[in-house]
Design a protein around this ligand. Structure first.
Ligand code: PMP
Length: 439
């Protein structure tokens, strides 16, 4: 069998012909911290799949719950009918959510969670007689999935430009006030945050605050390179939103479920949003699911009666799918039993941080960032060939039995929260030899 190895894109067209130029490396099994490849190798998962397998792969409690549920009831409609696991999971989610976020809308992905959140924001204002609040504000280098709303509020120009304006009335906050690319995190994390967040005041003045429905940000931008906001940034955004009646949405699709050392980033930064999108870790990646959390006051204001439920026609055939609910409950149990939702803030998180920062003086490294069990190594771009270095690091890492993610010239990592010191040592050793070997 031909094994293509010039993977140059992270999205795969799943054609029948595996020899297609961009066919992926083949993963055929997974257990705990590892993947197994079709050529018989055991590969350390440095990225929790795609930031989702927070408790590690193939956890028996989760797989057994899915199997049991598949045998018992494969499907139940989420409209006019329901099933008890949906309510049980919603309750359990609310138990770990920031105070007051006690309503949950189930979706099937991060992208759907984002669309759901944006629609809730618009519905909320409309029901309250503020139908002119339709503008949505995202942020430069934000990633909010690939559906229409999420692509529009997303801050990656390359992803947007093929689709015109997508959604009217969208604007973006800057992610830095400094000239170099990643100053958002590389600048001065201890201050500067308020100043940067004040860009929202400028947009509010520019557009008239009473036309703005919501601001959506990832508390820490994940897929664009682990951009950790400077201190005070999120708090100041909260203040400005409150002042102008704008809803604040945190996209916690990556940061949720223990990644940063607390159940949600909202807790880490001490800022509670009005709406919070999650997915990925809610089912440990085992079954597709997303969950959107909504503050009680917001929910009560727009879900006022049957006529509004009809106007806010929103939900999916597979919302609260029984298999996903069973997986979600077993996942939350696993997180609880093993203390995984806070593990990244303890000794293992420190060990992870120390390993990452020990790579600081290796060739090409211009920045190292970490928070919880997330890390990024930014490499100096090659003039005219941005992404080349990080991409060759990815290829070499895979050859050396480690998965990493790359975004531009940044290597990003987010290992399962069950990681042990020996795995961190292995990641450190592998990265050290790779970084020494790339041009
Ligand atoms: N929001 C954020 C912050 C994400 O990181 C992602 C996925 N990486 C999404 C939304 C979209 O999630 P999905 O791929 O499950 O649609």
């Amino acid at each position: 069998r031909t094994r293509p190895n010039d993977l140059s894109s992270f999205w795969m067209p799943f054609t029948a012909n595996r020899q297609f130029k961009q066919a992926p490396r083949m993963l055929v099994a997974a257990k705990d911290m590892h993947y197994f490849t079709d050529d018989g190798r055991k590969v350390l998962d440095g990225t929790s799949g795609l930031w989702c397998v927070n408790a590690g792969h193939g956890r028996p409690k989760i797989t057994e719950a899915i199997q049991r549920q598949a045998a018992e009831m494969d499907y139940a409609p989420p409209f006019q009918m329901g099933h008890p696991l949906a309510f049980e999971l919603a309750n359990r989610l609310v138990d770990i959510a920031p105070q007051g976020m006690d309503h949950v809308f189930f979706t099937n992905s991060g992208s759907e969670s984002v669309e759901t959140a944006l629609k809730i924001a618009l519905a909320y204002h409309r029901v309250r007689g503020e139908g002119s609040r339709v503008r949505l504000i995202g942020r430069e280098r934000g990633y909010h999935g690939v559906n229409f709303g999420g692509t529009a509020v997303g801050g990656i120009v390359a992803n947007r430009k093929m689709f015109g304006t997508l959604v009217a009335g969208v604007d973006h906050l800057p992610h830095t006030h400094l000239p170099h690319l990643n100053a958002f995190s590389r600048g001065e994390p201890e201050h500067g945050g308020e100043d940067l967040a004040n860009a929202l005041e400028r947009l509010a003045a520019l557009h008239d605050a009473s036309t703005i429905a919501a601001v959506i940000v990832e508390p820490v931008a994940g897929s664009t390179g682990v951009l950790i906001p400077p201190k005070g940034y999120l708090k100041r955004l909260r203040e400005i939103c409150d002042k102008h009646g704008i809803l604040l949405i945190f996209d916690e699709v990556i940061t949720g479920y223990g990644r940063l050392g607390a159940p949600f980033a909202a807790e880490v930064f001490g800022v509670t949003p009005d709406i919070m999108t999650t997915a990925k870790g809610v089912t440990n990646g085992a079954v597709p699911m997303g969950a959107v959390f909504v503050k009680k006051e917001i929910y009560d204001a727009f879900m006022t009666g049957p006529e509004h439920m009809i106007e806010f026609f929103h939900g999916y055939t597979y919302s609260a799918h029984p298999l996903a609910c069973a997986a979600g409950i077993a996942t939350l149990e696993t997180y609880r039993e093993e203390g995984l939702l806070t593990r990244a803030s303890g000794e293992i998180g420190q060990y992870w941080a120390d390993m990452l920062h020990s790579l600081r003086d290796l060739p090409h490294v211009i920045d190292i960032r970490n928070i919880g069990l997330v890390g990024a190594i930014e490499l100096e771009p090659i003039e005219g060939q941005p992404t080349k270095r990080a991409f060759s690091a990815f290829l070499k890492a895979f050859e050396n039995n480690l998965t990493i993610r790359t975004t531009g010239d940044i290597i990003a990592m987010s290992p399962p929260l069950i990681i042990e010191k020996e795995h961190i040592d292995q990641i450190g050793d592998t990265l050290r030899s790779i970084l020494k070997s790339i041009d």
